[in-house]
Design a protein around this ligand. Structure first.
Ligand code: SF4
Length: 375
């Protein structure tokens, strides 16, 4: 398949890995953060860590939108489905994320009308098909998914569909990166930039990282060769004493982003003064709210939302893992109390969550090695 096979070709991958080994300074320890959860998943899925020199450490970043959502927001959204007239809709990866009183799926098991949708426009279709019910879409995601929510709200307004609303949890990537860089316990040498978000925002918004923090950032694709090539590009910059934004994912990411998508977002959303992130606390101007012109379709303005704040279970170390301070397996609950079958934190639920990725690939590989050693 074009754009897949050639990026998984073992011969080319071996050459790229050799180039990484050639470029590293053996006396230096490198710490590169992959911002996006999709990259974390690719690293474990393709065993990329095993191809890299030991002195390159990959730090998992906060780019999984399900993972960074605090439990209070999940509780707030689920509080609305207590009303039997409300159909609660969300993407599939939200369904098993624990709230204080259970996940959306557990609410469904208790009788709430909870449904998976593949897009916000599916939720709008549901509203068209059920004029006597109210359909609420639990919107989540970075700038990658925010445009589709914006376009759906524009469509709802054009058609005058009144039995539809959005509970908006869209967040923005740049303030999260800034919060990571401000964290005193975080030392990073460079960033592997998020590929999906950058298809919308482009590469320009990252330039301050290079300018102010003197760190390279390479926007990367998600195939194994993409990621190795991005690491080669980072090492070349570091060896040349440079810090600039580069775009490895040119086949998908336009340097200036997607102007039509940005326009739709600007028309429908505005920045919230503050928003709480799991693990990172309150970050200013880091999330989107629906503009007052669309208040009729804003679940937070239309309904009474409790606005609860909930702390994670004490032993759960999701915050430290999200900040890259701990690796998933270093959480006290990993693989014991917290597993994909019985997740305690969202990082163990979402396919982009670092704990789920580590458990699916690295943890199983480790168990297999232990069994083979014992045999
Ligand atoms: S193992 Fe579970 S509790 Fe621990 S950080 Fe991961 S998701 Fe959170």
């Amino acid at each position: 398949m074009r754009f897949v096979d050639e990026f998984r070709d073992p011969e080319i991958i071996t050459k790229a890995a050799a180039e990484v080994h050639r470029l590293v300074d053996p006396g230096r320890h490198y710490r590169f953060m992959e911002v996006c959860g999709g990259h974390t998943h690719a690293i474990y899925r393709f065993g990329l860590k095993d191809l890299l020199p030991e002195n390159i450490e990959l730090i998992h970043g906060p780019g999984c939108p399900v993972c960074v959502l605090p439990m209070g927001r999940i509780d707030d959204g689920l509080s609305l489905c207590q009303d039997s007239n409300v159909i609660f809709t969300a993407f599939g990866d939200m369904m098993r994320v624990p709230g204080t009183h259970g996940s959306p799926l557990e609410h469904k098991a208790r009788g709430a009308d909870v449904r998976i949708v593949y897009s916000p426009s599916d939720a709008l279709n549901l509203a068209r098909a059920n004029p006597d019910r109210h359909v609420m879409f639990f919107a989540i995601g970075f700038e990658t998914t925010a445009p589709s929510t914006a376009l759906t709200l524009l469509r709802a307004r054009v058609e005058g569909i009144k039995n539809f609303s959005v509970f908006c949890n869209h967040v923005t990537i740049i303030p999260a990166i800034r919060a990571i860089l401000d964290s005193p316990d975080m030392r990073l040498d460079a960033f592997i930039g998020p590929g999906h978000v950058s298809t919308v925002i482009g590469c320009r918004p990252y330039e301050w990282i290079c300018r102010n923090e003197n760190k390279p950032i390479v926007v990367s694709g998600f195939e194994p060769l993409d990621m190795l090539q991005s690491i080669v590009m980072i090492l070349r910059q570091l060896n040349a004493g440079e810090a600039k934004v580069e775009n490895q994912y040119k086949r998908v990411v336009p340097w200036e982003g997607n102007r039509a998508a940005l326009r739709a977002m600007a028309e429908v959303f505005q920045l919230r003064p503050y928003f709480e992130w799991r693990g990172l606390g309150f970050i200013s101007q880091s999330a989107l709210r629906i503009r007052d012109e669309f208040a009729e379709w804003d679940a937070e303005q239309r309904f009474q939302v409790p606005g609860v704040r909930v702390t994670d279970p004490r032993a759960a170390q999701c915050g430290e893992v999200l900040k890259g301070v701990l690796k998933p397996h270093q959480c006290k609950l990993f693989g014991r109390e917290c597993t994909p079958e019985h997740p305690i934190g969202a990082l163990m639920v979402s396919t982009e969550g670092s704990c789920a990725a580590y458990h699916s690939y690295e943890h199983r590989k480790q168990l297999l090695t232990n069994i083979q050693t014992a045999a």
